[in-house]
Design a protein around this ligand. Structure first.
Ligand code: FES
Length: 160
């Protein structure tokens, strides 16, 4: 793993924090470690294509998860939903180099949060519904405490 890239992503994480005008939000927790990442997406029209204008994240996660989430929010800008859906955890964490085996799930958790946000947008009929869901949904802390230590790789947290 590239320690210099990791440290620079951690010392000044990009796009950290809730996005109040987001079009979609996705949250994923890892039963492996109890960590969690939430990602917000905002779209825009560009040359007739709907692309990701910006993304932000919050993380109760380890340093690797924070670094990958920070890198991912930069990498997906300007991509369409379809293009972003094709991005694997390996691609999102590529600037860090190969992750050690015990840290692979950290990248997968970020990929899961991104895909949850991408799917949330496509499955919801109106922006106002998404925002309403987000406003009334559980806080990240609530969601984190609900993750528990269940079986499986990642757990999608539904926004009620
Ligand atoms: Fe679980 Fe990194 S140790 S997300």
């Amino acid at each position: 793993m590239n320690e210099a890239t990791l440290q620079s992503a951690l010392s000044s994480p990009q796009n950290l924090g809730e996005m109040t005008d987001a079009d979609a939000v996705g949250t994923v927790g890892s039963p492996d470690c109890g960590d969690m990442v939430r990602m917000w997406l905002k779209y825009k029209d560009q040359d007739g294509r709907k692309v990701i204008d910006k993304a932000s994240f919050q993380s109760f996660g380890c340093q690797t998860a924070i670094a990958v989430a920070s890198l991912a929010t930069e990498l997906i800008r300007g991509k369409t939903k379809e293009e972003a859906l094709l991005m694997s955890a390996e691609e999102l964490s590529a600037p860090l180099g190969p992750l050690p085996p015990m840290k692979i799930h950290c990248g997968q958790m970020v990929e899961g949060a991104l895909k949850a946000a991408l799917e949330a947008e496509s499955n919801t009929t109106s922006k106002s519904t998404i925002l309403e869901n987000r406003a009334t949904g559980p806080t990240l802390a609530d969601s984190l405490s609900a993750v528990g230590k269940t079986a499986g790789k990642i757990k999608i947290v539904m926004h009620s």
